[in-house]
Design a protein around this ligand. Structure first.
Ligand code: NAD
Ligand code: UDP
Length: 338
């Protein structure tokens, strides 16, 4: 059984990944400062998989303590989820984002070097692709980001690549997530954003539960099937599977790699709304509103490399994403405080 350190371990994607790691015989150790999550998720993870993962409260910026954690827990690999992730907030608070995400990564890498931990899996994002790249994106497409958040991800990838060039011991998996949605099918854990949700699925969930009156559909004049924005939604449990496959590939001694994790299938805003309505029986009132600044028409993965390299492909449907998201929302209208 290998000890895997999950930075940002009580966050949305990390918590779902922890379950799959436990089910696959790994020993995930969750580390978080709870800036955007709650330790209350840990008993829920235990309820789902019958094992309570270790939890460490720590800021990744504290390199000395982080090194100590890696040494005392005999860490074999790090999955680095910890980051601030709100695009809009990053425009308002760029210093906080560069500090937490970029300096935070440097701290993790320094700790890994000091503790002789050689494997890192990074949470990257579809947001690293340049507006000049043509969807579906292949991994070698040009990179550029138009927000400080996106820039931190481009920089984080670059930093890891540069260090791996000079440090033959360091091996990495860069995972570019497309649009993670949904929840564990138990309904015990899921995503609970603070304040008004920016992202589509959590907003739909909150309209369905009656916390918001209607959904604003940001633009219906894009050059897409029905004029609304198209995205590549991926069920968070498929994403969790992708992490475990990526980790296994690295731990087998294979070379470092960068892959998209997406389905390759576009879903428009209105298609997602209709699927949610059909699966849940809830009506989602919506109004067409002007385009959201900074939005692109289509974000879509070419998923071929992940399939060839890792044998990864998505298994859960858009209907599964809606059903699981709704089960979580209905049972926990106020997230982990309900
Ligand atoms: P999340 O906010 O739920 O999880 C991030 C976790 O990191 C939180 O628990 C937060 O408390 C923790 N954290 C932040 N800064 C920290 C610090 N300095 N020290 C310790 N812990 C810290 O977000 P998520 O959706 O689970 O995202 C996980 C990762 O995936 C992030 O790196 C994010 O940028 C990336 N990502 C997310 C999406 C998405 O749509 N959710 C898409 C692409 C990439
Ligand atoms: N969207 C919308 N209303 C909302 C939130 C999002 O119409 O309240 C649209 C958005 O314009 C985009 C799609 O839904 O076309 C996905 O948006 P999200 O913010 O979830 O993901 P991202 O744009 O970051 O990929």
């Amino acid at each position: 059984m290998q000890n895997i350190l999950l930075t940002g371990g009580t966050g949305y994607i990390a918590a779902h990944t922890a379950i799959t790691l436990i089910e696959q015989g790994h020993n995930p150790i969750l580390l978080d400062n709870f800036v955007n999550s709650s330790p209350k998720i840990v008993p829920r993870i235990a309820e789902i998989c019958g094992k309570t993962p270790s939890l460490i409260e720590l800021d990744i910026l504290d390199t000395q303590s982080l090194t100590q954690v890696m040494r005392t827990h005999n860490i074999h690999a790090v999955i680095h989820f910890a980051a601030l992730k709100a695009v809009g907030e990053s425009v308002a608070r760029p210093l906080a984002y560069y500090h937490n995400n970029v300096v935070g990564l440097l701290s993790v890498l320094n700790a890994m070097q000091a503790a002789k931990v050689a494997h890192i899996v990074l949470s990257s994002s579809a947001t690293v692709y340049s507006e000049d790249a043509k969807p579906p994106f292949v991994e070698d497409a040009p990179l550029a980001a138009n927000s400080p958040y996106g820039q931190t991800k481009v920089m984080m990838e670059r930093i890891i690549n540069d260090i791996a060039h000079t440090d033959p011991n360091l091996r990495f998996a860069m995972l570019r997530y497309f649009n993670p949605v949904g929840a564990h099918p138990s309904g015990l854990i899921g995503e609970h954003p603070n304040g008004i949700p920016n992202n589509l699925m959590p907003y739909i969930q909150q309209v369905a539960i009656g916390q918001r009156d209607y959904l604003s559909v940001w633009g219906n004049d894009y050059g897409t099937t029905d004029g609304t924005g198209e995205r590549d939604y991926i069920h968070v449990m498929d994403l969790a599977d992708g992490h475990v496959l990526a980790l296994a590939h690295l731990l087998k001694g294979e070379p470092s790699f960068t892959v998209n994790l997406g389905s390759g299938e576009p879903v428009s805003v209105l298609q997602l709304v209709r699927t949610f309505e059909m699966v849940t029986g809830q009506t989602i009132p919506y109004k067409i509103a002007p385009r959201r600044a900074g939005d692109v028409a289509v974000l879509l993965a070419n998923p071929q490399r992940a399939k060839d390299l890792l044998g990864f492909s998505t298994k859960r449907t858009t209907a599964d994403m809606c059903a699981d998201a709704w089960r979580w929302q209905k049972n926990n209208p106020n997230g982990f405080s309900s």
